[in-house]
Design a protein around this ligand. Structure first.
Ligand code: IPM
Ligand code: MG
Length: 365
């Protein structure tokens, strides 16, 4: 198959991790007889520097014209003082909205080889960590009106949080359908004891539940959910939640699996053209030092093959290679065991070596 992939390297460690994911994709193409062509897209801080805009219209159009988009990460201290509407992150929010990718899927699954890297006690980890956060991605407070005014001689800042029934319903359906494909348990997370938007969220979820009698729906307040994720993560299978709660909970869910550097994500809307990105940021502190973990991006490329290109065998081939790498004891800095005796059994590698080892471990099933 021929596929045109829009590639956004972005800022900080973005270019380094994307480079490794492209090596992996090239080898997969070779093994399975596909042709992947890449179209470079500028977004984030580098686009601000080059074009004065974190996502020029022409760049968005390149993404919309592609079969799918692979992204590293955007942002960095350098752009912290630019006005809010020009920040690198605004480019990413505009890209997600422009592509209409309302459904963000973030798996939190512990790799058995990394169980000791989890900050949780081993008796909690042993019960298993394997759940998915379905995050609404293009609504809520990140997309409401933002303003800062001067009132009574002081600055007053406002961010508006809005959800319509339609927006809740379409992400709710993804939550139910995801649960149907797994264990049939769906936990809807909100703050209905305080927020109107959450009360509407809860009502819509329960209305939808009638259409999915094979799914068991439970509700959980977001503050309790944050606690339950560290206390008893094994209780979760699929969590569906709004944009900001999903942003926060998915970082928490990632770290209990060992490292945020390992977690990929897929974002889809009504077409097969999706956006695939690791859930971590641009880590400017380690940019250029070859210390980044490219696995989150490499696994995002695997998700792209599975969900946008219908290439499950190819996706599995990448996931197996990552597993084989971990089996052999190779670890990037973020997943090196802290216990010296454990660390002794592992070999610390950099970003490039990690990418080339995974590439060399790719085997057609
Ligand atoms: C994420 C990030 C983004 C978000 C930022 C960079 C805008 O934190 O993908 O989780 O908040 O969605
Ligand atoms: Mg985040």
């Amino acid at each position: 198959m021929n596929k045109n992939i829009a590639v956004i390297r972005g800022d900080g460690i973005g270019p380094e991790i994307v480079e490794q994911a492209l090596c992996v994709l090239d080898r997969v193409a070779e093994l399975y007889g596909h042709t992947f062509t890449y179209t470079d897209v500028d977004m984030g801080g580098c686009a601000i520097d080059k074009w004065g805009d974190p996502l020029p219209e022409e760049m968005l159009q390149k993404c919309l014209a592609s079969d799918s988009v692979l992204l590293g990460a955007v942002g960095g201290n350098k752009w912290n003082s630019v006005p809010g509407h020009l920040r690198p992150e605004k480019g990413l929010l505009r890209l997600r909205a422009g592509m209409g990718v309302y459904s963000n899927n973030r798996p939190a699954k512990i790799w058995p080889q990394l169980a000791s890297a989890s900050p949780l006690k081993s008796d909690i980890v042993e019960k298993g960590i394997d759940f998915i956060i379905v995050r609404e991605l293009i609504g809520g407070i990140y997309f409401g009106e933002h303003k800062t005014e001067t009132k009574d001689a002081q600055q007053v800042a406002t961010d508006i949080l809005t959800y319509s029934e339609k927006e809740i319903e379409r992400i709710g359906r993804i939550g139910f359908e995801t649960a149907q494909k797994r264990s049939g348990r769906l936990c809807s997370v909100e703050k209905s004891n305080v927020l109107d938007s959450s009360r509407l969220w809860k009502a819509v979820m329960h209305r939808l539940a009638e259409e999915y009698p094979d799914v068991e729906l439970t509700d959980m307040l977001v503050d309790n959910c944050a606690m339950q994720i560290v206390k008893n993560p094994a209780q979760f299978d699929v969590i569906v939640t709004e944009n900001m709660f999903g942003d926060i909970l998915s970082d928490e869910a990632s770290i209990i699996t060992g490292s945020i550097g390992m977690i990929p994500s897929s974002s889809l809307g009504s077409s097969s053209c999706g956006l695939y990105e690791p859930i971590h940021g641009s880590a400017p502190d380690i940019a250029g030092t070859d210390a980044a973990n490219p696995i989150g991006t490499i696994l995002s490329a695997a998700m792209m093959l599975r969900f946008s290109f219908d290439m499950s065998a190819e996706a599995e081939c990448i996931e197996n290679a990552v597993s084989a790498l971990l089996d052999k004891g190779y670890r990037t800095a973020d997943i090196m065991p802290s216990d010296p005796a454990e660390a002794e059994k592992c070999k610390k590698i950099g970003c490039k070596e990690c990418g080339s080892l995974i590439t060399s471990l790719l085997k057609k099933a």
